[in-house]
Design a protein around this ligand. Structure first.
Ligand code: FAD
Length: 235
């Protein structure tokens, strides 16, 4: 049987929270429960403009979900979202779609590699793990950004280290000296691969094209197959 073609659903922007000056969280509210698998994305239509966004949440409340969106200089939709939208604005939503999801078998190690708002699907995975209490063997999150100001959900992620068994969180800053990891994400997952004797690892990489393609090349060079590397490219 063919999958049902998804149609546009009415929704509204329930809340807007400024995570950083350039990255805001938009809470979307539906009229009925909206079912999705963590890691999937939706397409939103606002004032005739359509763009896709990974779902950045997972909760028992199926009537709302969260998106984390970065302002793109001169970007058509984000310029509107960051200057001319108030809570209550009506939007339409299509989806969910996407295969950037967790497998049934969690008896392996998972490496989540991202930069900026590429954190979105991983936030959804981690929220789901907390709710269902189903955890992979080990979960690594390597999150790259520029400065401490850009560290999305920093306190939430640090708190998860105590709540999710065998969860390791490595925020990496490329433009600021600090106590934590510095440079780019690549050297940090390479270190984990070389030192941690990983069990049948599955790599998830999300964000902007250049970082993703570099990471895939590096991970293949470390001896892993394409089938163990999942990609979600935003641009
Ligand atoms: C599956 C999927 C999931 C996505 N999830 C997210 C998400 O969770 N959060 C999020 O912020 N975005 C996400 N995006 C990107 C999003 O769909 C838009 O492309 C983005 O918000 C820019 O839209 P815009 O209309 O403002 O810019 P546009 O007018 O469409 O773009 C202007 C130009 O900027 C480029 N561009 C777009 N984004 C960036 C960027 N960040 N840095 C540099 N150049 C860029 C475009 O390629 C284009 O050339 C996702 C994209 C896809 C395909």
């Amino acid at each position: 049987m063919r999958p049902k073609k998804s149609k546009w659903l009415d929704a509204n922007i329930q809340a807007i929270d400024k995570l950083t000056p350039q990255t805001w969280k938009f809470t979307i509210e539906f009229e009925d429960d909206f079912e999705f698998i963590s890691g999937q994305f939706i397409t939103i239509k606002l004032r005739g403009i359509q763009r896709s966004y990974s779902i950045a949440s997972f909760s028992k409340n199926k009537k709302t979900l969260e998106l984390i969106i970065v302002k793109v200089e001169g970007g058509q939709l984000t310029t509107i979202l960051f200057s001319d939208v108030e809570p209550g604005e009506k939007i339409e939503v299509k989806g969910p779609v996407g295969h950037f999801v967790m497998p049934e078998d969690l008896d392996r190690d998972f490496l989540f590699i991202c930069t900026g708002t590429g954190l979105a699907p991983f936030k959804s995975f981690l929220d789901e793990m907390q709710i269902t209490e189903k955890f992979p063997k080990r979960t690594y999150l390597i999150f790259g950004t520029r400065t401490q100001e850009d560290l999305l959900f920093f306190n939430e992620m640090k708190a998860l280290v105590d709540e999710i068994p065998n969860f390791s969180y490595t925020p990496v800053l490329s433009r600021e000296n600090w106590d934590g990891a510095k440079g780019y994400v690549h050297e940090h997952y390479e270190k984990i691969v070389k030192n941690d004797n990983l069990k049948n690892p599955l790599f998830y990489i999300c964000g902007w094209r250049n970082m993703i393609l570099d990471a895939r090349k590096n991970i293949k060079a470390l001896g892993y197959d394409s089938q163990d590397i999942k990609l979600e490219i935003f641009d």
